[in-house]
Design a protein. Structure first.
Ligand SMILES: [Zn+2]
Length: 232
């Protein structure tokens, strides 16, 4: 049965090879999303092994957290930006799963992320999720959780409304406004847990901060942060 399945896959692959999402060359059977050459060129930060990395420094002093890391540098016109764009706007959910498993494989090797009990993702407003068909951070988080052998607490946090334009407000007003947008749907489930919050790309960190501040109101919780990209 297994051979039959493999044989069928090889034949399918022969006639309809998947293409690398970046260079568009035909992928080998064992390659997923990217060819080996493109995967090797991805700009890994290796922040997971650096305690004073840029992700940590950007969030430091804004809310208490254990560890923070980002998988790739994110710059305009880069390969990571192109992949993230395809994930968010061109209906390629498989890229989210791919990113999430790369992140999970990396974090599962790192001692500082061993104490984590479970994973949560920054939620999208449901209207936005409906438009897109999925929340990209959920896909990343689910694959990351699987690679780390941890539970993913999907839907434990929800986003209540679209965040309004944030101009003309002070930083603390902006954080309050954002914070009110997140609602903990299942407090019981998260009590006393050390959670890893997943987001796609870290820019100013305002969204992560707002979501983390809500989570930290739950008794006994601690948070760590991981994102796929960091804007530098
Ligand atoms: Zn390629």
């Amino acid at each position: 049965m297994r051979y039959w399945k493999e044989w069928k896959q090889s034949i399918l692959h022969l006639f309809f090879p998947s293409l690398c999402a970046l260079c568009k060359q035909a992928l080998l059977v064992q390659e997923k999303i990217l060819c080996m050459a493109c995967e090797h060129k991805l700009p890994y930060t290796y922040y997971h092994a650096l305690p004073n990395n840029e992700t940590t420094l950007r969030l430091a002093g804004r809310f208490p957290f254990q560890h923070a890391s980002s998988l790739f540098y994110f710059t305009q016109e880069s390969d990571v930006q192109q992949l993230m764009h395809a994930l968010k706007y061109k209906h390629h959910p498989e890229i989210g799963t791919y990113f999430g498993s790369l992140l999970g494989q990396q974090l599962s090797k790192e001692k500082s992320f061993k104490a984590i009990d479970g994973i949560v993702a920054i939620p999208l407003h449901y209207k936005k999720e409906q438009q897109r068909g999925y929340n990209q951070s959920n896909l990343i988080a689910a694959a990351c959780a699987e690679a780390m052998g941890l539970p993913f607490y999907n839907k434990a946090i929800v986003r209540k409304r679209f965040t309004q334009t944030q101009t003309l407000k002070t930083r603390s007003e902006r954080v309050d406004n954002m914070e009110a947008a997140f609602f903990i749907n299942n407090t019981e489930l998260l009590i006393g847990k050390q959670l890893l919050i997943i987001d796609d790309v870290l820019t100013t960190g305002a969204t992560v901060e707002a979501c983390a501040l809500q989570i930290l109101k739950i008794p006994g919780t601690q948070v760590s942060i991981a994102t796929i990209g960091i804007v530098i």
